[in-house]
Write a protein that binds this ligand. Structure first.
Ligand SMILES: Cc1cc2nc3c(=O)[nH]c(=O)nc-3n(C[C@H](O)[C@H](O)[C@H](O)COP(=O)(O)OP(=O)(O)OC[C@H]3O[C@@H](n4cnc5c(N)ncnc54)[C@H](O)[C@@H]3O)c2cc1C
Length: 455
């Protein structure tokens, strides 16, 4: 039986971040994963999808080259080559991560683990005990009752590995994963229809962002149906046939089921060891402790935002907590969120509706249109930056839409997390011509001294 200060079950964003930070703090660490180190984000999530989105941007640039006076033709997508490029990116990062884990003397154990005692994980008949145990087994792509994933009906796991561009696709779910795949496929030449049961695409975002994305998608020729729920789907050799609850029939080459991700926790011994759970999620307090002493949980298995950087932050937090460093708690609402479709949607903090719900009329809002931003004009993108402020107080929400605005989220999250007032940001200098300037301009306006905007 091997023993370590920390035994971590799951080597995805949450688990490996915890391992690396704990090792840095002088702790001994055993990190267990049944699959490849790096988890969903590196192998089936963030990185491969963003590589596809970059290939999509290159395709769009070729198609639109004429409007910039550049002679180029778009001849089509060579999907095996796109996949080769994507795999190259993932492969290099995977190698780097393996090197990091090794260099910090983290013991990596390959195999399926099960919690057999509050301080013990069993893998392939071997037992590993930890002074502390960290559960980090992540999430899986969910489907709907009666909707079986097979053949032409797939989740992001299979959609990522297609070696052809579908001629048409139905995307079930207008959340982050759904709109990102819709964006890639449209750029690659697929006829796409998104089906979203709620009234808006990216329904968790500020409504202004959802509406702007809907306008942009309409312009791009991406079809979507909002506010009507999916009823059933069948498939045959010709394609998939989807029926909505209002009787609408849709046909396509394939159906992508992007209706959310569930916690990967069943059959792992958590309940048996007395870990409190709710509908499969592991419940934790704000210091990421489960109800079982010495057992923590991080990342997608805990209720809340399912984002890789939340997993990293959770992992680092738990390592520092165990080392007695008393790290600061970061509320989910102040974690930055980016949807990498074209145009991008990026946000941090409260939406206008949430702010009004919490603070009533004590809320000020300002929207800066990217029409006045030089770099956005150069890129040819429309969009805006919307600020939500506590009246005469700090900025509590930043919401952005436009090509590449995800790159602005770094400053936006500093503003919200450091509780900056518009006047604080207005005195700082934003380089010209950048899209970052738009963030500066929005704060100048909210501070009562607009420059390239009407008062
Ligand atoms: C298509 C897609 C795109 C995404 N894009 C983004 C993005 O752009 N930005 C972003 O921030 N997030 C994105 N995400 C979400 C992000 O991938 C997750 O939030 C993140 O991976 C969660 O990390 P985790 O450590 O909690 O879980 P995971 O990364 O899922 O890792 C869990 C690990 O546990 C292992 N495991 C599970 N059970 C066992 C067991 N019994 N024994 C041993 N090992 C086990 C698994 O093999 C896995 O490696 C995306 C997700 C998807 C699916």
């Amino acid at each position: 039986m091997a023993h370590a200060d920390l035994v971590i079950l799951g080597g995805g964003s949450g688990g490996y971040a915890c391992a690396l930070r704990a090792a840095e703090l002088g702790k001994s660490v055993i990190l267990i994963d049944k699959d490849k180190l790096g988890g969903t984000c590196l192998h089936r999530g963030c990185i491969p999808t963003k590589a596809l989105l970059h290939a999509a941007e290159v395709a769009d640039s070729a198609k639109e080259s004429d409007s910039f006076g550049v002679r180029a033709t778009f001849d089509g997508i060579d999907m095996p080559k796109v996949n080769e490029y994507r795999d190259g990116v993932v492969g290099r990062l995977y190698k780097g991560l393996q090197g990091l884990v090794k260099s910090r003397n983290v013991t990596f154990v390959e195999g399926e683990g099960r919690l057999v005692a509050p301080d013990t994980v069993e893998v392939n008949g071997e037992r590993y005990t930890g002074t502390n145990v960290v559960l980090a087994t992540g999430s899986y792509a969910r489907s709907l009752p009666g909707l079986e994933i097979s053949g032409r009906i797939m989740t992001s796991d299979q959609a990522l590995n297609l070696d052809y561009v579908p001629s048409s696709a139905i995307v079930l779910g207008g959340g982050v994963i759904g709109v990102e795949f819709a964006s890639v496929w449209k750029s690659f030449g697929t006829d796409v229809t998104i089906v979203e049961g709620l009234p808006h695409l990216v329904p968790n975002e500020d409504e202004a962002c959802s509406k702007a994305l809907e306008r942009a998608y309409r312009k791009r020729g991406i079809n979507f149906s909002l506010g009507v729920r999916f009823a059933s789907a069948t498939q045959d050799e010709n394609g998939v046939h989807v029926t909505l609850e209002d009787g609408t029939q849709l046909d396509a080459d394939l159906l992508l089921v992007a209706v959310g991700r569930g916690p990967n926790t069943s059959g792992m011994g958590y309940e048996e060891q007395g870990v409190a759970m709710e509908r499969g999620w592991v419940l934790v307090d704000d210091r990421l402790r489960t109800n079982v002493p010495g057992v923590f949980a991080v990342g997608d298995i805990t209720p809340g935002l399912q984002l890789a950087h939340r997993g990293f932050q959770h992992g680092i937090f738990v390592a520092e907590e165990i080392a007695g460093l008393n790290p600061a708690v970061i509320a989910d609402v102040n974690i930055p969120r980016v949807t990498y479709c074209e145009p991008e949607v990026a946000s941090v903090g409260l939406t206008e509706a949430e702010a009004r719900e919490q603070h009533g009329n004590n809320v000020a809002v300002y929207e800066y249109n990217l029409g006045g931003n030089g770099k956005s004009q150069i890129l040819g993108t429309a969009g805006f930056i919307k600020l939500v402020q506590l009246t005469n107080g700090p900025v509590i929400g930043v919401h952005m839409v436009g090509s590449r605005v995800g790159e602005q989220i770094g400053e936006a999250q500093l503003i919200v997390n450091w509780e900056a007032h518009p006047e604080d940001v207005a005195t700082l200098i934003h380089a010209h011509p950048t899209q970052n300037e738009a963030l500066g301009e929005a704060h100048l306006a909210l501070a009562g001294k607009p420059l390239h905007a009407h008062a």
